[in-house]
Write a protein that binds this ligand. Structure first.
Ligand code: ATP
Length: 235
């Protein structure tokens, strides 16, 4: 479905990604882990078109995504839930959700999609008129996920969705992501909550120094103590 082939990118003349190869198949939940500064966020930024790779190709079902503007990539079905949630605090929960449905196709289906979102995130239904800024951190994360779902993604990109959340709330968020994936949505997730995330994922990639140093089944990676030590410091 999604494929990154030999992606190179950097800021200024400083390389950050040095030949990243990565794939997400339909229906898969893939997790991207690695130490701070490894280039995980930058990889997601390349996929969602926020930055253009120096070299390499990003394709979705064979169509080139790299070089396309971010809104085209959303139209193609790749939607990112940004790190730090970024809900609009002075807007209601409903208006935040509707912002996710800005493309015409998604806008036409907004009522049905809202119902689908409430099924996965029932908490939002009772909060529609509330200002997003008054929600708790976990609730804001749910809203950010809900907003991404309003765009009707085929592949959801999530950057550290549990960062700064209490463990119980973080588990709840991962539960929601797991449920979305079980419903058929492909997920590419960046996380530092390695062990808990790996248990739910189909496959994982370990990024270090801007390249993939390991990839495979989560059980394989989790059984490698030296790997855990080296890359998953905060597991
Ligand atoms: P973290 O878990 O700390 O977010 P990460 O693996 O997501 O790490 P990136 O955020 O992709 O890593 O950053 C990779 C490198 O690129 C880091 O050295 C970072 O300092 C640098 N970097 C990131 N964003 C920028 C930017 N806008 N301008 C310049 N350098 C940047």
């Amino acid at each position: 479905m999604l494929s990154l082939a030999d992606i190179h990118f950097g800021y200024g003349d400083q390389p950050v990604l040095r030949g990243v190869n990565l794939e997400v198949q339909a229906g898969e939940m893939v997790v991207l882990v690695g130490s701070n500064g490894a280039g995980k966020t930058t990889t997601l930024r390349v996929i969602s078109g926020l930055v253009k790779p120096w070299k390499g190709m990003v394709t979705l079902d064979g169509d080139r995504l790299d070089g396309q503007p971010p809104h085209r990539i959303v139209e193609a079905g790749v939607v990112q839930v940004p790190e730090g949630r970024h809900v609009f605090p002075k807007m209601s929960v409903l208006d935040n959700l509707l912002l996710g449905a800005s493309r015409p196709e998604a806008w036409r289906q907004r009522r049905e999609t809202l119902d689908e979102v409430f099924e996965v995130l029932p908490l939002l239904r009772g909060r529609l008129r509330q200002m997003a800024g008054t929600l708790s951190g976990g609730e804001q994360q749910m809203l950010a996920i809900g907003r991404a779902l309003m765009a009707k993604p085929a592949l959801l990109l999530l950057d550290e969705p549990t960062l700064g959340l209490a463990p119980l709330v973080a588990s709840e968020i991962l539960e929601v992501i797991g449920r979305l994936n079980s419903g058929g949505l492909a997920v590419l997730l960046v996380s530092q909550q390695v062990t808990e995330v790996l248990r739910r994922a189909h496959r994982a990639y370990v990024l270090s120094g801007g390249t993939v140093v390991r990839h495979g089944a989560p059980a394989e990676l989790l059984s490698d103590a030296s790997l855990i030590e080296a890359y998953f410091g905060r597991a």
